[in-house]
Design a protein around this ligand. Structure first.
Ligand code: NAP
Length: 283
């Protein structure tokens, strides 16, 4: 199958490129497949004629989305309707990557796919618009994920490792609960989902849950780093965008659709730590 992935320079797109086999995976540069330009979307997809499109491109800077809500809505929301239109014209499947931030975080048990959404940030609103527009495509799969990281890209894992290497004392929020998810684990699940023809909305996070502080502690434990790490509250570390306090996603629907490939978040971290170490050793 020929698959076009948007947001080709992003961390999830790279994981798809590195882990998918048996498909022709194309990652047009963002200058060509610019999600703010409907004509560019139409032209690129009509030229490449993919059987599937993975929309991994997004305006992902959650705090910036608060002050640039128009751009966030355009890239994360409106553009998905243009992708859906092009996918229908080609009879292609649209795989839309969405987020735990479509929920408000007031739940006391993991969110299921059919729980009511209620975003509390501009980013969350724009991604929810993206879900609604993806659902317009005749063949669509909406995969909600969370707390993405890998051995490359801009993410919490690399931020923590770099900060610790500078010898800094670190205070990390301990009252937001979610699930760290490696891009490579998610990419393998997306590959399986496409091969098995999954449709609708499905949650795509690793197993288990923790806080950002818990994630940091496990990163340092697995990296054998001794770090002056202490917990703090969200109130002590205010950000422009509100984050859900609890955004654990239930993964039960994966098993009803086919093969659940998601490891626990600790197992996924072990794999990323090993990859990070071997990349450093190779330098
Ligand atoms: N990161 C997370 O923790 C997280 C959590 C839940 C869901 N998600 C979702 O997962 C997906 C993949 O995220 P990620 O972590 O891989 O993000 P990422 O590394 O920020 O990648 C997103 C990519 O989209 C590109 N992009 C931005 N504006 C664009 C435009 N107008 N046209 C084309 N491409 C554009 C970005 O390019 P520039 O870098 O040049 O702007 C970047 O390469 C996104 O849909 C995101 O919303 C992410």
């Amino acid at each position: 199958m020929r698959v076009v992935v948007t947001g080709g320079s992003g961390q999830l797109a790279r994981a798809i490129q590195e882990t998918w086999s048996g498909h022709e995976v194309l990652l047009p540069p963002e200058t060509e497949l610019d999600l703010t330009k409907p004509e560019a979307i139409r032209t690129v997809l009509q030229t490449l004629k993919p059987q599937a499109v993975v929309n991994a491109g997004a305006f992902t800077q959650v705090d910036r989305c608060e002050t640039e809500e128009g751009l966030a809505t355009l890239v994360n929301g409106t553009a998905v309707a243009w992708l859906a239109e092009s996918c229908d014209a080609l009879k292609a499947t649209l795989i839309q990557i969405s987020t735990d931030y479509v929920f408000d975080g007031t739940a006391t048990r993991p969110y299921r796919e059919d729980d009511p959404t209620h975003p509390v940030s501009a980013y969350g609103h724009s991604k929810l618009r993206g879900e609604e527009n993806a659902a317009l495509a005749q063949r669509h799969l909406i995969v909600r994920t969370a707390w993405l990281y890998d051995a490359w890209g801009k993410n919490f894992f690399l931020t923590m490792v770099n900060a610790a290497r500078q010898g800094r004392a670190l205070r990390v929020v301990d009252d937001q609960r979610g699930t760290p998810t490696s891009c490579r684990a998610l990419a393998r699940q997306l590959h399986g989902a496409l091969n098995e023809g999954w449709q609708g909305i499905v949650h795509g996070t690793c197993g288990g849950d923790t806080t950002w502080h818990g994630f940091a502690a496990e990163i340092f434990r697995q990296m054998d780093m001794s770090v002056d790490l202490s917990p703090c509250t969200t109130a002590e570390y205010p950000t422009p965008a509100k984050r859900p306090a609890y955004s654990v996603l239930a993964g039960g629907r994966r098993k009803t659709l086919g093969t659940d490939l998601m490891p626990t978040w600790e197992e996924a971290l072990e794999e990323v730590v090993a990859a990070f170490r071997s990349a450093e050793a190779a330098r």
